[in-house]
Design a protein around this ligand. Structure first.
Ligand SMILES: *Cc1c(COP(=O)(O)O)cnc(C)c1O
Length: 390
């Protein structure tokens, strides 16, 4: 048994690798600024710690989704950073936005009019960013609305826009025609305006080349060690997040016996399974039942039976090294994208689903047998060819 054995699962976040990923994006985009996307609690990693680490690396611009997220981040990064709230201003959030000096992203004429009113009623109203839709049909001014807005000098200046931004729908696929269409539309819209710095690219957009970088890029997933594009060979990123599930019990199962709720798995042979102290409450999706896998000493260990709230079983029959109670099995980590694709989801969702119960470890990985090896190439079962991170 491991000496520091705990029944509680752990999310381990490697902040050195986060900083490495930040630096590589910085190199790629040259003079463009980086506005880090830290919405949804920094993609589940913890906005407070991530915010502080990015601030330490030199980041001074952040994007969150809501005012509440912005307030938490403000407490973490202090007064010298710009924090933009992507989902825009609303009457109920007005106090938090002003109190924490958050900058709303203005997505519509309605938001513009509301925020102009607020701005005109306070001293030193915060600057804003203007978000125009260029083909994604999610948030942002549509073309007609934007023309109207751009002509309204009074409204424009009441909002004090610092940035005009848009968001790419298909940036992971560099050959997708929508990329160039959105770029052209973005430039056309920007041409109607007084000189304002521009921002278009998310992480994937940074790989589309210089014309997409403008004066600021807004990476998220790439900072957190997730592959952003359909050609991950080109991405030099390091793994940031691992979910470590402790082995609570090791059982020998006879051929023909079933495992877990609903007896959804029947042992095809005599086998050995590890009962892990992490379940769907911790972020192991029920969809991973009989489908997903984790790793033990870099070997794939398939999930057998249905994932339950606090417990998951994996098949460790073919693993020969160090199988013991107190050892840990690794989810996410280097196999993040494969784990996601095996169950039909994406790396973003796998990260943001990390459970509240996880112990959170932001320290340096210790060197012990329980530590997942992160340097060796790892190809799981039907690997989709993801390049191993460094
Ligand atoms: C989430 C988000 C980003 C970051 O996207 P990634 O794909 O994680 O790099 C950038 N811009 C906007 C508007 C977003 O909503």
């Amino acid at each position: 048994m491991q000496p520091s054995y705990s029944t509680r699962p752990t999310m381990r976040v490697n902040l050195d690798n986060l900083r490495y990923n930040y630096e590589t994006i910085k190199k790629r985009v040259g003079n463009a600024k980086i506005g880090a996307s830290v919405k949804a609690d920094a993609y589940g990693l913890g906005a407070t710690q991530v915010g502080r680490a990015l601030y330490g690396a030199g980041c001074r611009i952040f994007f969150v989704a809501t005012a509440g997220e912005g307030k938490i981040l403000r407490d973490s990064v202090g007064p010298n950073s710009a924090i933009y709230v992507l989902n825009g201003p609303s009457p109920r959030d007005k106090g938090v936005l002003l109190g924490a000096k958050l900058k709303p992203v203005i997505n519509s004429l309605e938001q513009a009019q509301f925020w102009a009113q607020v701005s005109n009623s306070v001293n030193e109203p915060p600057y804003t960013a203007i978000h125009i839709d260029t083909g994604m049909n999610r948030l942002g001014f549509d073309e007609e609305e934007f023309k109207e807005f751009a002509r309204d000098k009074k409204l424009w200046s009441a909002l004090n826009p610092e940035w005009v931004m848009s968001h790419l729908a298909c940036a992971p696929d560099k050959d997708h025609p929508l990329n160039a269409q959105q770029l052209a539309k973005f430039k056309r819209a920007a041409a109607q305006l007084p000189m304002t710095p521009l921002s278009l690219a998310n992480t994937a957009g940074t790989y589309l080349g210089k014309p997409y970088h403008f004066q600021m890029v807004r990476p998220g997933i790439g900072l957190y060690g997730g592959y952003a594009t359909n050609t991950p060979e080109q991405e030099d990123i390091r793994t940031v997040v691992t979910l470590l599930a402790p082995i609570l019990q090791i059982r020998n199962i006879n051929k023909g016996e079933s495992i877990g709720y609903n007896a959804s798995y029947t042992a095809p042979r005599d086998m050995q399974i590890a009962v892990l102290g992490a379940g769907y409450a911790d972020g192991i999706p029920v969809l991973a039942s009989n489908k997903g896998y984790a790793t033990l000493h870099d070997e794939a260990v398939p999930v057998v039976g249905r994932v339950s709230m606090d417990i998951t079983m994996v098949d460790i029959t073919d693993v020969h090294m160090h199988k013991e109670v107190g050892g840990v099995v690794v989810f996410r980590g280097d196999q993040l994208e494969n784990e996601a694709s095996e169950i039909g989801t994406i790396n973003y969702e796998m990260l943001t689903r990390m459970g509240q119960r996880l112990r959170r470890d932001y320290g340096k990985p210790e060197k012990s047998n329980a530590q997942p090896a992160r340097q060796k190439p790892f190809k799981p079962s039907k690997s989709s060819g993801y390049q191993k991170r460094r």
